[in-house]
Write a protein that binds this ligand. Sequence first.
Ligand code: NAD
Ligand code: LMR
Length: 330
Amino acid sequence: MSKTPVRVTVTGAAGQIGYSLLFRIASGEMLGKDQPVILQLLDLPQAQKAVKGVIMELEDCAFPLLAGVIATDDPNVAFKDTNVALLVGARPRGPGMERKDLLTENAKIFTVQGAAIGQYADPDVKVLVVGNPCNTNAYIAKETAKKFGRVKEGNFTAMLRLDHNRALSQLAAKSGRSVDSLKSLVVWGNHSPTMYADYRFVTSNGDNVKALINDEAWNRDTFLPTVGKRGAAIIEARGLSSAASAANAAIDHIRDWVLGSNGEWVTMGIPSDGSYGIPEGIVFGVPVITANGEYKRVEGLEIDAFSAERIALTLKELEEERAGVADLLA
Ligand code: NAD
Ligand code: LMR
C-alpha cells in the first residue's frame, strides 16, 4: 500500500535554487523512493508566471511520487499542514557583499513566514532555512513562530550542510582519501566566512585525517579560508550564487534528518541548548547524529585553544546579527 503523501513547502520556487531542488524532491531523492510528496510552492506575485512554467516541467517529468502541486503567493496557504518547509526564497548577495548585508532586506520575510508556520504548519514540521543570512533568518522564524506555541523551537534549522560538503571535498583532495571514507567532520557556527570547519576528529578508514595531512599552516591559511569564502568564489566565477550545490545540500540536510544519518555526524544549524558555551536559542552549526526523524547533538567534544578562538569569533558575529534584529522581534 502506498504511503500517505508528505507535504513539502518550498519558498522561492521560481528561483535558481528552486529549479535545482524541486525535481529532485519530486523524484524521491529527499524523502525516499517510496514516499509520495505534495509540493506547496511559494513565491512573490510577480514570480507566479515563472512558477507555473516550473510546474509545467514537473508535470512533464511524470514523476510517480508527485501526488500534487500547489502554487501560491500567500504564506498562510503555502505552509498549511506542511510537514517539511524549505525556506529558500530571499534575495541572494552579489559580488562584494557579505551575507549579513542581506539581513535588513531579507529579515522581514522570515517574520511573516515564521508566523505562518507557527499558526498553520503541521506541529511536527521540519524547517530548513536556506535564504541568507540563514542562521539569523532561522532564528527570526523560530522566535516569531514561538509566539503561537505550536511548533518546537528545535524544528527550526539553518543550512550549514553546504559548508560541510565543501569541507569534505577539500579534505578528500588534500588527503587523497575518498569523500565517502571521511567521517566525523563538523562546521561550527555561522554560514559566513567566520564558520569554523573543524577536522580534528575526522577519520578515514580508522586513520586520523589531521595527522595524515599533518600541515597546520594548510589548515589555517588554505583550508579554512577556502571553505569559508567558497560562496564568494562561486559568485565571482559564475556571476550568480551557488544553486545546484545549495539544492544538493538542502536535500542532504532534510534526507538525513528524516531518514537518519546511520550513526554518522552531519552538521546542522540548530537552536543552541547552551552546549559548548553557545547561548541558548542562537542558531549555530554543530555536529549532530540523526535517527528516527530527530537530531541529537554530539556532546562533550574537546575544544582546544584554537577551536575556542574560532568558535568565539563566529558566535560574536551571530550575537551581533541577533542584536541587529531585536527590534524586528520586539
Ligand atoms: P534567486 O534570486 O534565484 O531566487 C529567489 C527566489 O525567491 C525568487 O524567485 C524570488 O521571487 C523569491 N522570493 C523573494 N522574496 C520572497 C518571499 N518573501 N517569499 C517567497 N519567495 C520570495 O535566489 P537563489 O539563488 O535561489 O537563492 C535564494 C537564497 O538562498 C539567497 O538568499 C541565497 O543567498 C541563499 N543561499 C543560501 C545558501 C546556504 O548555504 N545557506 C546557499 C546558496 C544560496
Ligand atoms: C553560498 O555559500 O554559496 C551561499 O550562501 C551563497 C553566498 O552568498 O555565498
